[in-house]
Design a binder for this molecule. Sequence first.
Ligand code: C2O
Ligand code: CU
Ligand code: CU
Length: 551
Amino acid sequence: MDHRRRRVVVGTATAAAAATLGLPQSGARAEHKEEADTGVDIHIELHAVQEHLALRPGAPTRVWRYRGKVLRGDASTLEASDATYLGPIIRVRRGQRVRIDLINELPEPTIVHWHGLHVPDTMDGHPRHAIAPGQRYVYQFTVLNRAGSYWFHPHPHGRTGAQVYFGLAGLFLVSDDEEAALGLPSGRYDIPLVVQDRSFDGDNQFVYLGSSLLDSSPTDNLDQPPMMGGAMMGGGMMGRGMMRDGMGSMMGRMMGVLGDDILVNGRPSASLSVERRPYRLRVLNGSNTRTYKLAWHDGSPLIVIGTDGGLLAAPVRRDYVMLAPAERLDLWVDFARWAAGSQLSLQSLAFNGGMNMGGMMMGRAALPDGAPFRVLALRVEDGSQGAQEIAPPARLSEVPSPNPSVAVNFDRPKIFELTMGMMAWGINGQSFEMLDARPYETVRLGTHELWEFRNDATSGMIGMAMPHSMHVHGVQFRVIDRSVSSRFAGYRNTVDAGFVDDGWKDTVLVMPGERVRILVHFADYPGLFLYHCHMLEHEDGGMMRNYRVMV
Ligand code: C2O
Ligand code: CU
Ligand code: CU
């Protein structure tokens, strides 16, 4: 393992005050004393660093990643692996009071967002809170979410796509008593599967919009822009990047970046050896733009026990399930279904993904969105003959059915049209502005609202029919209904048997021409939060806005 430069800031009285407000601590750069915060159950330090990792035969790959350390609490709170750039996996229990110090050792600003967690706005990792290289940001919150598979990733303005692509992301797994009582498969039978796509250059380096990561150290260029060829601070598709990177990456910047290698838990050509017994597979789509249509190689049904916001009321069976960027699925699989020695594969099936051809414009054989491929190879181990396939518990959790009539705007849902204007993505024609929230983007603390995402404006434009993966920060919502005009039915027909809309969600796939209504409760925390498309180049390119929760 490499030895990273320790360059963090001194904790001072002022810094401590700033910490409780979630403000970045700045000050003299000096050795920081690692002192556990005794006012919390768990205190973690999370360093965003550059490292090298052997991912393929030949040269190691330069990555950006998080390195964690537990300063207070159970050491098993963090699970790290040197085989991947992902993680560490953070495991907490509902109700725990957590402090996490982010230390930025990258050559550019960053901030961490806790995707799916219900936390105050200063703890949510909004781009307005991004910290410069060498700075520390202190998060402190109580875990109020129910048990589920949440995750964390960077969120600096215009650079989320690049930073995630170069490796920054990890799972944040919450457990609670309700889940524990079910006795679901645990330990080595509870396996996270983070699915991503990447493109490598001939030197094994990740290529993002025509650029790869250069060797850099934060000390070299504290006041310099990021050390990447075609990269820009702050989005925009018509900027320098287009001139510099050419047509291929202009398309990628606009439509979204697709890689031709599928990685699971950060490994290309991933495989897994399993026993003939039940497993819990927690699948996260950590890809920048790619959507997956997951299915077993032999058509066996997928048994879904949970989604973004935790367990469903009861398991559902699907021939395939859709997984858009940032969505999660909890699967129950009893491999006793297959004979010992069987080779299985989890696949992504073909669907009509619209116009995103990925890197095709660059003349490489990239996989377009909707192309079929294998995600994961599995082998059923020998032994344990004769076991019976076991079904998951029939009742999983208390999930009330949503009641849209509680919405203050029950008869007039707020419309959020997904738009493209002047070559910039937007929502209702507006691109992202750091602190701006319009009147229709303002809600009252404690109320419920119906929101409707409409993907019919751009879908009607030639060449612009694309799915979007709509995410709302700070909340878990319910999907009320979906509709599609017959003109666009040809897209949705290829995916709609794979929606799992029954449980708590924070991200929802909206197919070309589709309208999706959600019910959102704005509880507990006033302030400024984001909502956006989680296809990260769309997000960085303007399809992101703020909403304000007013007291
Ligand atoms: Cu994964 Cu703004 O979110
Ligand atoms: Cu989020
Ligand atoms: Cu989008």
